[in-house]
Write a protein that binds this ligand. Structure first.
Ligand code: CUA
Length: 158
């Protein structure tokens, strides 16, 4: 079969592109440890307020200095509305929704997750820069979606 030179070039070029795309994924996963959130934990969305995992909301710090932040998202607020965490320590966020799908984005950081009713969203990150950060809902959840925010205060450690 006679394949035209230009066609051969295009075929090789598109093949090369596929290899390049696969390489970026491999480098991202193996090199930078970038992974999509894979934490799967379910919860009854109608009773999150009574669920023992979300009974004590806010920040708790264990003996190694690791902080855990437990938050309930609802129309149109986060509970609690302000959290204080230590800088340069791993902080694990555990967020669930009491009603519809919300977002949980800590503006200016890599902290960002969807909050889907029926699931517990969890991610761990470390904040290097002390200061005040805005937490916003970035999934449209109703008429007052734009008012749904909270505050994160990253405190420098002595
Ligand atoms: Cu919650 Cu938008």
């Amino acid at each position: 079969m006679n394949v035209h030179l230009y066609e051969k070039i295009w075929m090789w070029a598109s093949g090369l592109l596929i290899v390049a795309f696969l390489a970026t994924i491999t480098v991202g996963v193996a090199g930078s440890a970038l992974q999509p959130p894979s934490h799967v934990e379910t919860i009854d969305p109608t009773s999150v307020w009574n669920d023992p995992r979300f009974a004590k909301r806010g920040v708790s710090v264990d003996e190694h200095g690791r902080a855990t932040v437990v938050v309930i998202a609802m129309m149109f607020a986060f509970q609690p509305a302000e959290v204080h965490v230590p800088a340069n320590r791993p902080v694990t966020f555990r967020v669930t929704s009491a009603d519809v799908t919300h977002g949980f984005e800590i503006v200016g950081t890599n902290g960002n997750t969807m909050v889907v009713p029926g699931y517990v969203s969890q991610f761990t990150t470390t904040f290097r820069t002390p200061g005040e950060y805005l937490i916003v809902c970035n999934e449209y959840c109703g008429l007052s979606h734009h008012l749904m925010s909270a505050k994160l205060v990253v405190e420098a450690q002595p």
